[in-house]
Design a protein around this ligand. Structure first.
Ligand code: SF4
Ligand code: SF4
Length: 192
C-alpha cells in the first residue's frame, strides 16, 4: 500500500511539472517559418559591399586572405582597365571565394579590410547538403547591383566612417586611399 501511495505522489509531482510548463510561453520557435532577431553584431555569412556609384569596394589587396586564421578566403586580384572598371581602386577581386565550413566567424577579415568591403552579417542560415554548396563565390557574396550599404560596420564602429572626399585617382598605391566611408557620390550621403 505504501508503495502505491509513493508512486501516486511521484506521478502527481511529475504531472505538476508538465501542467506548469504547459501554461508557460514556449521558448522554442517554429523555424524556419519564424526567425529570431539577432544582434546587429552577430557574425554570420559574409557580404561584399559596393560604393554608391556601384563600384565594388574590394580592391583585391588580399589583406583579408592574409589575416584569415582558417585559410577560408581565396582571392584572385585583377587590374582594373578603362574598359573594365570594377572597383574604386587599381585592382578588383576577379575571384573571391569563402569556405563557410573552414570559417570560424572570428571577424578578422572585416577588421583587416581597408575599404569596409567585407563584413559578417547576422545571416546565420548556413547549411547545405554538399561540401561544394558551402564554398561560396563572389556573385553570392556581392551586394546586388543598385544596393550600397556599410553592413555591420555601423554596429561595430562607435563613429561610422565619414564619406570620402573625392574619387581615387590612381596617384596613391594605398588601398586605404580608396576609403572606408562612402565616396562622394551623387548624393554624397552614406546609406546604411
Ligand atoms: S571570419 Fe575569420 S575565419 Fe572567417 S573568413 Fe573571416 S578571417 Fe577567416
Ligand atoms: S581586405 Fe577588403 S579590399 Fe582587401 S581583398 Fe579583402 S575584402 Fe578586398
Amino acid at each position: 500500500m505504501d508503495e502505491v501511495i509513493s508512486d501516486l505522489i511521484a506521478l502527481g509531482k511529475g504531472l505538476s511539472i508538465t501542467f506548469r510548463n504547459m501554461l508557460q510561453k514556449p521558448v522554442t520557435i517554429t523555424y524556419p517559418e519564424n526567425k529570431r532577431q539577432f544582434s546587429a553584431r552577430t557574425r554570420g555569412r559574409h557580404v561584399l559591399h559596393r560604393y554608391q556609384d556601384g563600384l565594388e569596394r574590394c580592391v583585391g589587396c588580399l589583406l583579408c586572405q592574409g589575416t584569415c586564421p582558417a585559410g577560408a578566403i581565396y582571392i584572385e586580384p585583377e587590374e582594373n582597365t578603362p574598359d573594365n572598371k570594377v572597383s574604386a581602386g587599381e585592382r578588383h577581386a576577379k575571384v573571391f571565394d569563402v569556405d563557410l565550413l573552414r570559417c570560424i566567424y572570428c571577424g578578422h577579415c572585416e577588421f583587416a579590410c581597408p575599404t569596409n568591403a567585407i563584413t559578417l552579417e547576422n545571416n546565420t542560415a548556413i547549411a547545405g547538403y554538399t561540401r561544394e554548396s558551402l564554398l561560396i563565390h563572389k556573385h553570392e557574396l556581392l551586394e546586388e547591383s543598385g544596393k550600397s550599404t556599410l553592413g555591420s560596420t555601423v554596429a561595430w564602429d562607435a563613429q561610422p566612417p565619414t564619406p570620402q572626399e573625392g574619387a581615387f585617382d590612381g596617384s596613391s598605391t594605398s588601398a586605404a586611399a580608396v576609403g572606408q566611408g562612402h565616396r562622394a557620390g551623387p548624393s554624397g550621403k552614406a546609406s546604411h
